[in-house]
Design a protein around this ligand. Sequence first.
Ligand SMILES: [Zn+2]
Length: 580
Amino acid sequence: MVKKSKLAKETSANETVSNNLRSQLRFSSETGEIWLHEHRMLLVHADSHAKLRRELIESLGISRARGMIMRIGYATGINDCELTHINRNWTNDHESFMAGPLLFTLEGNAKTSIPKLEINRKMGKFYVEALLENSWESQAYLRHYGESTEGVCWYLHGYSSGYCSAFMGKPILCKEIKCFAAGGKHCYLVGKPVEEWDDSSDYSLMMNQESIAEQLIGLQNEVVHLRSAISEKKMPSYVVGNSPAFLAAYDLLMQAVDSQITVLLLGETGVGKEVFARTLHEKGARCKESFIAINCAAIPHDLVESELFGVEKGAFTGALASRPGRFERANGGTLFLDEVGDLPLSAQAKLLRVLQEGEVERLGGTKTHKVNVRLVTATNIDLRQLVENGKFRSDLYYRLNALQIHIPPLRERKLDILILAKTFLKKFSDVNGKKLRGFSDKAKLVLLAYQWPGNIRELQNVVERGVMLAPNGTHISIHHMFPSYSSEFSELALNAKGGLSDSQKESGKDFCEAILSGRITLEQANTLLAEAAVEKASGNLSAAARMLGLTRPQLAYRLEHRPENAVMKFSSRKPKTRAS
Ligand SMILES: [Zn+2]
């Protein structure tokens, strides 16, 4: 009797976990994508997969193919462990662990049940036995090669080891001790910590790529290194870009390196104009001298001249000591004037004189100082228009405009978005001491689709936010970077009977079910709605109140009096009122 009720309790817990996982699976026929949480999935023919497996065996030999398939399984197991534990409050270690086998089943690998599980994450204790029916690997092997003398479910072998290791946070090796392809009634697996096995060589096989791959990669790296060493155009580490539009601009910049031509950099805010100016300096003969950058828009108009050209003591009230301007400080090197269109007309006249005569006169001074400066300027506004409006001197415009380089906006260099995002991910992970596993597939698509009005600077900020918000050891998801993102496409979700239905309706149903089964109270549901509206309205309470048909004070009251610990993830809670 007792045993029966324990079984019923476990079955119902598994059902909850299974429903929860199922709700993460989305089919988008409009976009031709299938998603499991934010990871893109493929519905592939098991048979073509089996053929690929056979080809691997026949081209690499059985032991290499086995290692490779195990490693793919191991990596997938780690991914699935992250996916089943992201933002979820499973109630205990047992329920939490079961998410893996149930997902493995949902993915169509085999029907997986767990006859024995001894687990204590705090103590690091772990032992599992798994029974697998209908393993597609064993069936495929039997079809192609007939009966085997040993276990052939290599993917399963790797997957379970990867999942259990990620779950326990320490190396766990699972071994297939019975296999359907080797005459067993089904496949059977035992998993325990690596140190508890006499032979744990398979674990190192899962961790290490074989030498053939390493050798190839090593040789390839060497070629790349040699190529770049002989290339004069090698980009400094802080320049990142590979798209044709960017490379065209970069090539033009490189052509200007060895001349003294005055370069005018054009492009929207945040495209990296200062990086270009700095590169021009560092690649050229002046690289040992100073690089001085100044943003003309950031300095009050009445101080621009003293900043640029220097000042003699007593030139004006407050000029207590003589000091050189940026021109003198950049002597021998490069001076970069950003937002040059913001220079007042009087400063423009002086600037032109310095360029023509190669000498500066400090404010209030009579002596001239010879300067040898390479001037690079930049603007994001149309200087020609300013000339026409009489706000910019035409003679200065032609002087600065000897070579124009247009740096493309980020939306025109899609190829570079993910490279840049990765660079920032590494940078901010290092700074914050975080270990993240990259971006989710869906997050990558959103990064690519976004228009980036603030260009690289905006991308940098978005990735920084993602790094801050993503939990250690996981992928950065869309909502870590874009808190108010919502998809424009409808997606189909798998319902309990295995059919497909509209995911929004489905999650609406989940929501109702959560209230009706007592998992959340009406009051909590109200709070969830209120919070969702505020998030959607980017914090604007009046707009959020309008969405809900409330007045602003009513909404504010609701938010102030929300129940403590409001349940944010209603679908991840176990039903309170289920009979056991
Ligand atoms: Zn098997």
